[in-house]
Design a protein around this ligand. Structure first.
Ligand code: ADP
Ligand code: TZD
Ligand code: MG
Length: 566
C-alpha cells in the first residue's frame, strides 16, 4: 500500500475485525484468500489468529462447521465475494442443516454498484442469497459496526438450535478508517452466548411418568446429544435406568460402542418393538424413517428432548416434549428420577440380547471372510484392526457403501469422534472435516472415503500436506459411484477411470502414499501412517462389483417402472 496510514490514533475495519475475533476467543480462521479479504487473512495471522488456507471454499466452510460441532464455538470461514461466497455457502447450508454453529464471513463488492446491478467485480447481493440457507444473515457497512456484527453472528450461531450465520463485510467497511477510540468503544465481548435453556419441571415429570409406565423402553441418541457435551449425565441416565439405547451415527462413542446396553446391532428389532422411545437430540427425519411404520411400531409413545420447540410433532405426535438444552434436561431428569422408578421388562432385555447376538453372528461370517479383491466388509475390518487401541483417533466417513458399511463396522469409544455425511448424506465433507478436526483437536484423523466422495474435496490433500496435519485418508477405490464399470466398457454415469492411483496425490505434495490390495497390507499401512503422523493417502482397491447402487438406501432411489419395456 503506497498511501498507508501510520497514525496511531486511527484504526480500520481490518483491525477491528481481528480485535473483535480475538476478544471473543476465536483462535482459528478457515478460508481462501483474495479481494477484498487478503489483508484480513494476513492481519489475523500476524495478530496470532491461526489462518488455515484451503484450495476451495467448500472445504474451508466444512472445516469451520465441524470445528463448531466439536467445540460449541462457531467455526469461522472467510471467503471472497460472489463465487467464493457461493462455494462457502454449501458448507454454511450443511452446517445449518446439521445444527452446527459456524459463521461464514465474506467480503463483498461496492454496494453502490451492486445494488444498481451495474456490474462490479464479483458482484452479488450475498446477504439475500445467504438468508434461506442460514439461521441469519447480517451485513456490515461501517468499520465501527464490525464488532457488533460479529457479536450478533456469534450469539445467533450458538444459542438455541445451533446453525450457520452469514456475515457480509463490505470492502468499504473493511478499509474504512475511524478514530481509534471510536473503534475501541465499538468492541463487544459476548457474555454467555449460549445460555442454558432449562426445561419446565412439569415436562420432566411427564417424560419420567411415561418412562415409568414403559415395558419396552428405548433411548435414541442423536448428534445433538453429542454436541451438548453432557457425556457423563447421559451415560448415567442410561445406566441407572437400564434402558437400551441406539446411537445415531455421529452419536456413536457417546457411550463406547461395545457397551452392553447398545442396541445398535438390533436396530430394526428395537425400533419395531419399543413401546416408549425417548429421543435425545435426534430428529425424526429420513434417517429414522420419519418415526413411521413399518420400521417403527405405530403404537410407540414418544418423548423428545430438543432445544427447538418446533421440532416437536414434526413427523408424529410427541407425547412428552421436553424443550430445553440437553445438558440441563438430562441433569433435571437424573435429579427427579426415583430409585427403581424406571424398569425395562426382563423379557424385553432378553429378546433384545438374543436378537443382537443373532445379528452379530450373522455379520461375523461376512466380516471374517478375506476375498480378493477386498470388499467393503473385509477392508473395513482391516481398518478397524489398525484402529484398535487408538480410541483418540477421529474418524471421518463419507461415500455410499463406504459410509453404510463403515458406520456399522468401525466402533467408536469416545464421544464426538465420528464425523460423517450427516443429515444431508452429503459427499465432499471429507477433507474439510479432516482438516477441521485435526486443526481443532491436534489429534490424528482417519478419513474413510469412497472414491467418488473423495473426488469432491481431494485437492485439499495439499492443505493437509502444507500444514503437516496428522490426517490419513483411505480411498475406498471401487472405480466409481457405488461400483465400477466392466472392463473395456464406455463410461456409464456412475463409472470412473479404472486403476486410478489416488495415493500419488499425497506424493505430489510431499505426503506419503500407499497402494494396497489386501487386508493385511491395509492394516499395516494404516498402523504405520498413524505411528509416523505424516499426511498420508492410502489407495485401497475394492472389488468394483462389491457395492450396491445407493448403498443401504435403495428405497430412496427413484427408478423407472417402464425400464423393462426397452
Ligand atoms: P441425528 O442426525 O444424529 O439423528 P439430528 O441432527 O437429526 O441428529 O438432531 C439433532 C437435534 O439436536 C436437533 O433437532 C437440534 O435442535 C438438537 N440440539 C442440538 N444441540 C442441542 C442442545 N444443546 N440441546 C438440545 N437439543 C439440541
Ligand atoms: N453430490 C453430493 C454433494 N452429495 C451426494 N450425496 C451426491 C452427489 C450423490 N451421491 C450419493 O448420495 S453417494 C455418492 C454420490 C455421488 C458417491 C458414492 O460413491 P463412493 O462410495 O465412491 O463415494 P461407494 O463406496 O462406491 O458406494
Ligand atoms: Mg466408489
Amino acid at each position: 500500500m503506497d498511501n498507508e496510514t501510520t497514525t496511531d490514533n486511527l484504526t480500520d475495519g481490518f483491525h477491528l475485525a481481528v480485535e473483535a475475533m480475538k476478544l471473543n476467543g476465536i483462535d482459528t480462521i478457515f478460508g481462501v484468500a483474495g479481494i477484498p479479504i487478503t489483508e484480513l487473512c494476513r492481519l489475523a495471522q500476524e495478530e496470532g489468529v491461526r489462518y488455515i488456507g484451503f484450495r476451495h471454499e467448500q472445504q474451508a466452510a466444512n472445516a469451520a462447521a465441524i470445528s463448531g460441532f466439536l467445540t460449541q464455538k462457531p467455526g469461522i470461514c472467510l471467503t471472497v465475494s460472489a463465487p467464493g461466497f457461493l462455494n462457502g455457502m454449501v458448507g454454511l447450508a450443511n452446517a445449518t442443516t446439521n445444527c452446527f454453529p459456524m459463521i461464514l464471513i465474506s467480503g463483498s463488492s461496492d454496494r453502490a454498484i451492486v445494488d444498481l446491478e451495474q456490474g462490479d467485480y464479483e458482484e452479488m447481493d450475498q446477504m439475500s442469497a445467504a438468508k434461506p440457507f442460514a439461521k441469519a444473515a447480517f451485513r456490515v457497512n461501517r468499520p465501527q459496526d464490525i464488532p457488533l456484527g460479529l457479536a450478533r453472528a456469534i450469539r445467533t450461531a450458538v444459542s438455541g438450535r445451533p446453525g450457520g450465520v452469514y456475515l457480509d463485510l463490505t470492502a468499504d467497511a473493511l478499509r474504512g478508517v475511524v478514530d481509534a477510540d471510536v473503534g475501541a468503544k465499538s468492541l463487544i465481548k459476548v457474555v454467555d452466548p449460549a445460555p442454558a435453556q432449562i426445561p419446565a419441571p412439569a415436562s420432566i415429570q411427564r417424560a419420567l411418568n411415561l418412562l415409568a409406565g414403559a415395558q419396552r423402553p428405548l433411548i435414541v441418541l442423536g448428534k445433538g446429544a453429542a454436541y451438548a457435551q453432557a457425556d457423563q449425565d447421559i451415560r448415567s441416565l442410561i445406566e441407572t435406568t437400564g434402558i437400551p439405547y441406539l446411537p445415531m451415527s455421529m452419536a456413536k462413542g457417546l457411550l463406547p460402542d461395545n457397551h452392553p446396553q447398545s442396541a445398535a446391532a438390533a436396530r430394526s428389532f428395537v425400533l419395531g418393538k419399543a413401546d416408549v422411545v425417548m429421543l435425545i437430540g435426534a430428529r425424526l427425519n429420513w434417517l429414522l424413517s420419519h418415526g413411521k411404520s413399518p420400521l417403527w411400531s405405530a403404537d410407540a409413545r414418544l418423548i423428545q428432548i430438543d432445544i427447538a420447540a418446533t421440532e416437536m410433532d414434526s413427523n408424529r405426535a410427541i407425547e412428552a416434549p421436553v424443550v430445553g438444552d440437553i445438558k440441563s434436561a438430562v441433569a433435571a431428569m437424573l435429579a427427579a428420577l426415583k430409585p427403581g422408578q424406571v424398569k425395562p421388562q426382563d423379557a424385553w432385555l432378553k429378546a433384545l440380547e438374543e436378537n443382537k447376538q443373532r445379528n452379530i453372528e450373522r455379520m461375523a461370517a461376512r466380516l471374517n471372510a478375506d476375498p480378493h479383491p477386498m470388499n467393503f466388509s473385509s477392508a473395513l475390518r482391516a481398518v478397524r484392526h489398525a484402529l484398535e487401541g487408538r480410541p483418540d483417533v477421529y474418524v471421518v466417513n463419507e461415500g455410499a457403501n463406504t459410509l453404510d458399511f463403515g458406520r456399522n463396522i468401525i466402533d467408536m469409544q469416545l464421544p464426538r469422534h465420528r464425523l460423517d455425511s450427516g443429515t444431508w448424506g452429503v459427499m465432499g465433507i471429507g477433507m474439510g472435516y479432516a482438516v477441521g478436526a485435526a486443526a481443532t483437536t491436534g489429534k490424528p484423523v482417519v478419513a474413510i472415503c469412497g472414491d467418488s466422495a473423495f473426488g469432491f474435496s481431494g485437492m485439499d490433500v495439499e492443505t493437509i500436506c502444507r500444514y503437516k496435519l496428522p490426517v490419513v485418508t483411505i480411498v475406498f477405490n471401487n472405480n466409481g459411484i457405488y461400483r465400477g464399470d466392466p472392463e473395456g466398457a464406455a463410461p456409464s454415469p456412475t463409472g470412473f477411470v479404472q486403476n486410478a492411483h489416488y495415493e500419488k496425490l499425497a506424493e505430489a505434495f510431499g505426503g506419503v502414499g500407499y497402494h494396497v490390495t489386501e487386508t493385511a497390507s491395509l492394516t499395516k499401512a494404516l498402523a504405520e501412517a498413524l505411528d509416523n503422523g505424516k499426511p498420508t493417502v492410502i489407495n485401497a482397491i475394492i472389488d468394483p462389483k462389491a457395492g450396491t447402487e445407493s448403498g443401504h438406501i435403495q428405497n430412496l432411489n427413484a427408478t423407472s417402472a417402464l425400464q423393462k419395456k426397452k
